[in-house]
Design a protein around this ligand. Structure first.
Ligand code: MN
Length: 219
């Protein structure tokens, strides 16, 4: 029987690529819209997906003009799920917003709008194609997953980690502008989060598929 993994979302139209990525590595995605009272329950891991910006109030800032309207319910539900995953030492994979919320919930902060600082404006219209490189930190868990020291990744985010939360470790960054692109929590068995969207690359990039395979293997 394949392992069930909780996949939390807000927009049902956006969740299918994550579900297909998990199915392609033999896991069973359990899709749940963010709602109060949701728990990981009998699932064996948590996948936090992309979406709207985390409420800046959670890291003690006023929203910048470019920051999207907050979704306090989703922030709170996913924060509680992070707590459950950490308490039970269940595998957690965070993607884009999921990475940002993990950092904020553990005490970090975000850059609210990268283009304001002239940073990180490269994009590709095709989500399956890389927009920039990331250098993977030697000795990290991500390095043990990767077969190469650098990956080409897509880039759809306008925010990024500013202050890194205590306990987290940067495991990949953009070598050109220093943007944090992946983080992990060494104190847990498998807590990994990436700023790009591997679910859009997994079908044509074996390294991004490795990422989902490693997550499924940890479930
Ligand atoms: Mn990027």
């Amino acid at each position: 029987m394949s392992a069930r993994v909780l996949v939390v979302y807000r927009e049902s139209a956006e969740v299918q690529p994550y579900a297909r990525a998990m199915e392609s590595v033999g896991a069973e995605p359990v899709l749940e819209e963010a709602r109060s009272g949701l728990t990981i329950g009998s699932c064996r891991g948590l996948l936090l997906t992309g979406g709207g910006d985390v409420d800046p109030a959670l890291y003690g800032e006023i929203a910048s003009p470019e920051t999207e309207p907050p979704d306090p319910e989703r922030d709170a539900v996913e924060a509680a799920l992070i707590d459950e995953a950490l308490a039970r030492d269940l595998p957690l994979l965070g993607i884009c917003r999921g990475m940002q919320l993990l950092n904020v919930h553990l005490g970090g902060s975000l850059v609210q709008h990268l283009p304001t600082a002239g940073r990180h404006v490269r994009r590709t219209s095709d989500r399956s194609l890389p927009a920039h490189r990331v250098v993977i930190e030697p000795g990290s868990m991500l390095a043990s997953i990767a077969h190469q020291g650098t990956w080409g990744v897509n880039s759809r985010h306008h925010q990024a980690v500013a202050r890194l939360a205590s306990g987290l470790k940067v495991c990949a960054s953009d070598p050109e502008d220093g943007t944090v692109e992946a983080i992990e929590l060494p104190a847990r068995r498998y807590v990994l989060a990436v700023q790009w969207h591997p679910e859009n690359q997994a079908s044509n990039d074996p390294e991004q598929r490795n990422l989902f395979e490693s997550f499924a293997a940890a479930l």
